[in-house]
Design a protein around this ligand. Sequence first.
Ligand SMILES: *[C@@H]1O[C@H](CO)[C@@H](O)[C@H](O)[C@H]1NC(C)=O
Ligand SMILES: *[C@@H]1O[C@H](CO)[C@@H](O)[C@H](O)[C@H]1NC(C)=O
Ligand SMILES: *[C@@H]1O[C@H](CO)[C@@H](O)[C@H](O)[C@H]1NC(C)=O
Ligand SMILES: *[C@@H]1O[C@H](CO)[C@@H](O)[C@H](O)[C@H]1NC(C)=O
Ligand SMILES: *[C@@H]1O[C@H](CO)[C@@H](O)[C@H](O)[C@H]1NC(C)=O
Ligand SMILES: *[C@@H]1O[C@H](CO)[C@@H](O)[C@H](O)[C@H]1NC(C)=O
Length: 227
Amino acid sequence: MEKTSFMIAAVVLLVNNSLACLAVTSLTTDQSALLAFKAHITSDPSGVLAKNWSTTASVCHWVGVSCGVLQQRVIALNLSHMGLTGTLSPHLGNLSFLSLLGLSFNHFHGQIPEDLGSLHQLEGIYLGYNNFSGDVPSWIGNFSNLKLLDLKYNQLTGSIPYAIFNMSSLQRVDLTSNGLYGSLPEDICDHVSKLKGLFLSLNRLYGRIPSSLYKCGDLQYLSLSFK
Ligand SMILES: *[C@@H]1O[C@H](CO)[C@@H](O)[C@H](O)[C@H]1NC(C)=O
Ligand SMILES: *[C@@H]1O[C@H](CO)[C@@H](O)[C@H](O)[C@H]1NC(C)=O
Ligand SMILES: *[C@@H]1O[C@H](CO)[C@@H](O)[C@H](O)[C@H]1NC(C)=O
Ligand SMILES: *[C@@H]1O[C@H](CO)[C@@H](O)[C@H](O)[C@H]1NC(C)=O
Ligand SMILES: *[C@@H]1O[C@H](CO)[C@@H](O)[C@H](O)[C@H]1NC(C)=O
Ligand SMILES: *[C@@H]1O[C@H](CO)[C@@H](O)[C@H](O)[C@H]1NC(C)=O
């Protein structure tokens, strides 16, 4: 009897230790991803990252960073309205548990790195009011949990990847004021049945307004004005 409980205790200890180890290693991955992100920032006028993102504290206590409750991993990065300038580090793609990426109202430029395509947990992408250029990445269509895609007021060019309209959770897409051209797919509503808002004004779109739009039964806002 005593032997059994000792063994159970030993097993529990072992499992606990290896879980703790695993959590620490993974949070270390998140920390190096965030430090790489910080290293790509060329201007941080309020100095908040320089001061606050210190390796003496857990990343979970860093400004703009939130961790999960059960799983101590970074689940949100929200640094909106911080006046930051720089490019996006591909290492952000290592934040495997990230569900919110919010960098609106800054001066980020360059392309949105392909490595972000591996962030399968993403539910919200807010990159509006920056200077991102290049294409709207077609891998954005890989995010099966994505509800909100906000890339408004950037310098994105190319056509709108049809793959976007394959994300079944999608509720709101805002691509207002970019340099996007092309037409909308005729079957736009076949897979995005939860779509509530589609904002595409101030681009260079042309062609027919898809007659199948009525299939987006929840659609409340649609803006296609201005070239
Ligand atoms: C960073 O900011 C957070 C939230 O404002 C604060 O709790 C924390 O103490 C700060 N850490 C440092 C090292 O300044
Ligand atoms: C991100 O942070 C800004 C400023 O603190 C806040 O206004 C905004 O609601 C946050 N966004 C999300 C999606 O939580
Ligand atoms: C993080 O991402 C970069 C670029 O995507 C990759 O080269 C690197 O091996 C990754 N590091 C870890 C610790 O996963
Ligand atoms: C974008 O870049 C242009 C030209 O370099 C600059 O005038 C503008 O202020 C930038 N906008 C943002 C939001 O960084
Ligand atoms: C997106 O999904 C496709 C098909 O599942 C896969 O081949 C591709 O590698 C994924 N892209 C990224 C950037 O993860
Ligand atoms: C969208 O999904 C459908 C069915 O899953 C697939 O046949 C089609 O190729 C996808 N389209 C794009 C552009 O990814």
